[in-house]
Design a protein around this ligand. Structure first.
Ligand code: AMP
Length: 279
């Protein structure tokens, strides 16, 4: 695996692939890699001649400095993992390399960012869009792989690509879970042993709420999830929203062209856990 820390080195290396029209799969991450990330990489390896990954804990997408400081950083382990599955190129820039000057770009995703993560974390999606667009400009990938775990992020990236006519295919990838249902996340490693035992109740609740869809109203499913999560005193629910999977706007009825997604954020043991389910 080739490891680059400078944009110029990466660009130099990719010249050949661009000239020869070799397909490039790209997987942007913030590191502390787990099986969820590796699934994205494996898919890229299958579908492209060259797979490029990036590890960059993007400071401008954190609206909470403690969250940024506590974000796990394990570069040696990450490098070894990516090498072991045959990833071709890893780009690991410093913040100075990505942002020699404070970024000035401002993206407007309208209603897509006025809900859920966008509402709770002001500036978050602008930070995501700035880094993803810069990385796309740098790598010029044929395909880019994003997890459905960050459902709103995936929708915003799809909007970014379509609005700015960026020539890349966005490939959504299913959520990878532990055997007990907990969605894999770099943040899980910060959970105490006790909290780790409780955490699967989030997905368990979402899964059980699916069964209600047939007979119950959207409002009742909302109440059911909120009630079940409140039964666990260690949970602090930030939000649970039932939204249209395309517009991300709250729904009141199950009928609609696009599906309905239930998006949840729960705090546990000082860790912010995100998950979702398709109804
Ligand atoms: P992150 O390093 O958290 O920014 O995540 C990098 C990419 O991996 C994003 O597209 C995430 O949605 C995706 N990802 C993270 N966790 C999972 C998971 N459990 N299943 C599928 N994709 C994931």
């Amino acid at each position: 695996m080739r490891l680059f820390r400078l944009k110029s080195e990466l660009e130099q290396f990719l010249q050949n692939a661009w000239k020869q029209d070799i397909s490039i799969g790209f997987v942007p991450t913030m590191g502390a890699l787990h099986e969820g990330h590796l699934t994205l990489f494996r898919r890229s390896l299958q579908e492209n001649r060259l797979t490029v990954g990036s590890i960059f804990v993007n400071p401008i997408q954190f609206n909470n400095s403690t969250d940024l400081e506590k974000y796990p950083v394990v570069p040696e382990k990450d490098i070894a993992l990516l090498e072991s599955i045959g990833v071709d190129v890893l780009f690991m820039p410093t913040a100075e390399e990505m942002y020699p000057e404070p970024p000035k770009e401002h993206y407007d995703f309208g209603a897509l960012e006025s809900v859920m993560e966008g509402k709770q974390r002001p500036g978050h999606f602008n930070g995501v869009a700035v880094v993803v667009n810069r990385l796309f400009e740098l790598v010029k990938p044929t395909r880019a792989y994003f997890g459905m775990k960050d459902f709103q992020q995936l929708t915003i990236i799809q909007d970014l690509v379509s609005k700015y006519k960026i020539p890349v295919e966005i490939v959504p990838c299913a959520i990878v879970r532990e055997s007990d249902g907990l969605a894999l996340s770099s943040r899980n490693m910060r959970l105490s042993q006790q909290a780790r035992q409780i955490a699967p109740k989030i997905y368990d609740t979402l899964r059980r709420s699916l069964a209600l869809k047939g007979d119950d109203s959207v409002a009742n499913v909302q109440k059911f999830v909120e009630h079940q999560l409140a039964l666990e005193p260690a949970f602090e629910l930030e939000y649970f929203e039932l939204v249209d999977s395309k517009t991300l706007q709250p729904v009141t009825l199950w009928s609609g062209k696009a599906g309905v997604v239930g998006c949840v954020v729960v705090w546990l043991d000082g860790v912010r856990l995100i998950d979702n389910i398709q109804y």
